[in-house]
Design a protein. Structure first.
Length: 309
């Protein structure tokens, strides 16, 4: 292979093109790793899913519902590479046998839920009708910097406010903040699951039927673990394990942000452990210089997440 993309994960901006090259290189390098599409974005870009393992414990990790939180895409890509490398060599990851993980769980990973938005924030998308429309949307909400403050999909829908768990309350909460139309962040959409990206994750989750999910965001070094007063069995205990492994705090989601998120819907619909992990600290998008620290602090969560249920 003339150029290795996976060797630059964490030092290269994860544009949709980079993600595609990485996932294809990973599945070429590791024959036991499976690659599928779970859907397409507004602009028709694949939402790639990597699947590792053959066990009954089903676990689903996702990253970058929000465009300017793209460092989490690098995090999941790096973890998949390290996990597969450990399995291929008969080794371990974070002290756990990779073969035992492979046999015990089936891990599905969608590293980039919002590829169009990522391309906007990273500068891979700089012209054309979608870019022009995004600039128009941003002009209506000048408090969000452009493009760095862009969290939404390319049509101005916040993908993590799209799920059918208190969506009407989320709509009211964001309207109170003045967001009532497509925006760089905080617009819930015209209806739940109106965005193709959130619909794809929703449909995949129903098919895959996970025992546990991790949804990666930035920033704050916080683990959110419940939806309203719903606390799935073992959920808090697992959150405490994750806290010890990472040094992140376990907190209750603030009311204004506590509705219509992917984790919220998963807990509401499945009554199983689901977590929003807010990685890193600072102002989004976090610089890639934080990547090694984020990876090191989250390696335990990512590893033990495959084994704790």
């Amino acid at each position: 292979m003339s150029e290795s993309y996976i060797s630059t994960i964490g030092t290269t901006l994860p544009t949709s093109e980079f993600v595609e090259k990485c996932v294809k290189e990973l599945t070429k390098k590791y024959s036991f790793l499976r690659l599928t599409e779970i859907g397409r974005s507004v602009m028709g870009k694949p939402l790639w899913c990597l699947t590792f393992g053959k066990g009954a414990n089903r676990v689903f990790y996702s990253a970058s519902h929000h465009a300017n939180e793209y460092i989490t895409t690098n995090l999941l890509l790096k973890f998949v590479d390290r996990l597969c490398s450990a399995y291929a060599s008969g080794g371990s990851i974070h002290g756990e046998s990779a073969k035992e993980i492979y046999d015990y769980c089936t891990l599905a990973v969608v590293p980039a839920v919002n590829p169009d938005g990522i391309d906007l924030v990273t500068g891979a998308l700089r012209q054309g009708k979608y870019y022009d429309r995004a600039r128009e949307i941003a002009a209506s909400y000048p408090r969000f910097s452009f493009p760095d403050g862009w969290k939404a999909n390319i049509e101005g829908v916040d993908l993590n406010l799209q799920y059918p768990a208190g969506w009407e309350q989320a709509k009211a909460n964001k309207a109170a903040l003045g967001v009532t139309s497509p925006a760089p962040a905080d617009f819930v959409g015209e209806n739940p699951l109106s965005a193709p990206e959130s619909r794809a994750v929703y449909d995949f989750t129903l098919r895959f039927d996970p025992d546990l999910i991790l949804a990666y965001h930035t920033q704050g070094e916080v683990i959110y673990w419940k939806y309203l007063d719903q606390e799935p069995r073992s959920s808090y205990k697992i959150a405490q394990i994750f806290s010890v492994l990472s040094g992140y705090s376990v907190e209750t989601t603030p009311y204004a942000s506590g509705f219509a998120g992917y984790k919220d819907w998963f807990i509401d619909a499945f009554d199983r452990p689901g977590y929003t992990i807010e990685a890193g600290k600072g102002i989004n998008p976090l610089p890639l210089t934080q990547f090694d620290d984020i990876y090191n602090k989250n390696l335990g969560i990512l590893t033990l997440g495959t084994l704790v249920t």
